[in-house]
Write a protein of this length. Sequence first.
Length: 301
Amino acid sequence: MVVRTLKQMIAELNELKLQMLINKKMRNTDRNDHELQAIERKLLSSENRKTEVVKGSAQVRITKVEEQSQDLKDALYICHFKWLIKQQDSFYLEERIEQRMARFYRDELVEDRMIDNHENVVESDIQIEEPRSKDSFIYDRLAAVQYAERWWNSTNSIYKNFEVNCTNFISQCLHAGGASMRGYPNPSSGWWMQSNKWSYSWSVANAMRNFFIHSKAGLRAEMVDNAEQLMPGDVICYDFQGDGRYDHTTFVVAKDKENMPLVNAQTYNSRMRYWSYEDSTAYTPNIKYTFFRIIDDTSSK
């Protein structure tokens, strides 16, 4: 009975956030200002893109209740948001999974926040080892996008998965598209995951960006100036603080009616999310992006 009551209060709060987007009207919830600011940015972005959330749902599942004291308890839960987005004469479904913590004092909801997951790996300088094989690299964008759609909200047991899994997920998508691993067993060399070990470039956002900048054969990419130049199967790297160290990666799975990328990602599992991440609580005005178009041995032909 207690868990059901907690769930009802959590569900009501997340339904309120959903209705803010559908009704385009902000309300003072006395909750996390960063999250209200993110909702405001999503509304502004939606207005600029001429999109609107016409329907949605917020499904809550409590995973654990921790009794901190007689009066204080924390509920760890997962909220699965779905938004039906209308843009001009078309519709698409955006989804997001948030791992959250709700704090209750004497059974009153007093705090609700997303659980932060940040990369804390400091990688060595990346060494680029060129492929030994003379076989050409042909990138299968369709296979890579299909993988991103299949696994955006689950983990593939073929690979080791991490609490901070964004770049590992991107690597899996690229591998599904035909990119060959190289550099094993040096974690600072190449791009690989093998025998329960992995390279920094496979699993760390900043290292993947450095790998793309320097790789000249096999899996490689070229930087482009604008997001609209990307295609499904390409990669975006994010430096939220603008401090030169990149924190996050996403995978382009579609383009909207304005030719802008929609992306899938993990850690904060998202599907068909608008690429700019202005609606993220990690967003800052100093954010920097690097746009990578994956190239292969057919790119110049």
